[in-house]
Design a protein around this ligand. Sequence first.
Ligand code: TXA
Ligand code: MG
Length: 370
Amino acid sequence: MHTRILPPTDENLELAAAALRRGEVVAMPTETVYGLAGPALDERAVAQIFAVKERPTFDPLIVHLALPAGRASGAVDWVEHLAAVGLIDAAALVPLARERVQALAARFWPGPLTLVLSKHPRVPDLTTSGLATVALRTPRHPVAQGLIQRAAAPLAAPSANRFGRISPTSAEDVLAELGGRIEFILDGGPCAIGLESTVVAVAADGALALLRPGGAPAGELEAIVGTKLLTPTANRQPPTTKPAAPGMLESHYAPAKRLMLLSAPVAELRPSDAGQIATWLNGKRGVGVLLQAGEPNAARAKLEALLPGVAWEIASLSPAGDLAEAARRLFATLRALDASPAVELILAEPVRQTTGLGHAIADRLRRASA
Ligand code: TXA
Ligand code: MG
């Protein structure tokens, strides 16, 4: 199959929407990462998403919704709306749960927040991997919004990468991942956030659990609802064979090359750290280095002094140390180091700020190194 990257003209949006209405899948931009979209209530289309991604069916999908036409998010009664379109079981939510869903959706939809709620029987088991819950998000990207509206159906959309690989943040990245497997990629430019949405489960009693850190800072969510988010290790659910958020599988977002996390930023490495790095190198000469901040040249001088004879390829996520910029560039930078013929091993600096976007970046790097 020949894959075409389409600029997001009205005509092309209509072309992609028509494919969705026929039950086909297309790649669409969102503000977080690109998604591989198909009608969420069409089991055949959902099966196609799993097949194209080579994703195991125990890893459930996020269902993407349009903002109700002509209404601001704060003016929408989200629980009513989600129940009316047949996605959730509103009766399963106590008033506290409803209140929290409304407060979070009013603030973060459209945007990088996914809420996991008790599902409506109409949502196919394949979409939710047989779970009693469904993950929901209203994306902010105008191309995603336009496509969902034209398709006139909620769209299931996992990140548009092959399973376990780095999420795509541009149309070209999607082509590199899924070229030849899908017909259309709508081009919405580089993703503004660059990391996947924050996934929060809302229990029937209103308790909130952070299943995946992402584009919406957990601290802001907590401030809005006035309570702490539980974390899967901190909540008291009995252990199950399936992870609570199967996307939290350890080896995820992984480059093909080996990635190791440094114990300290390059500027703070000491001669005694050289031994550890040399062990990882195991005779290799070409090393890619992912800096969280600062200029590559300062790091280069330091590394050359520490380990002479190594060929360094150094990339900084944000020379100025801006976290939003670092998040936006993380996946593309990893992808570039992974693709560089000179790089045999990737070393990544640890993340200093471990809240908000810093937490999400640290999470992705930890998984990439597993
Ligand atoms: O930003 C994003 O969320 C992107 C864009 C395309 O919207 N999508 C995305 O989808 O990251 P995916 O499939 O790569 O990740 C979905 C995450 C996984 O961790 C999955 O396990 C979790 O959401 N998830 C989905 N449904 C769930 C459910 N019912 N209960 C718990 N976790 C769920
Ligand atoms: Mg993914």
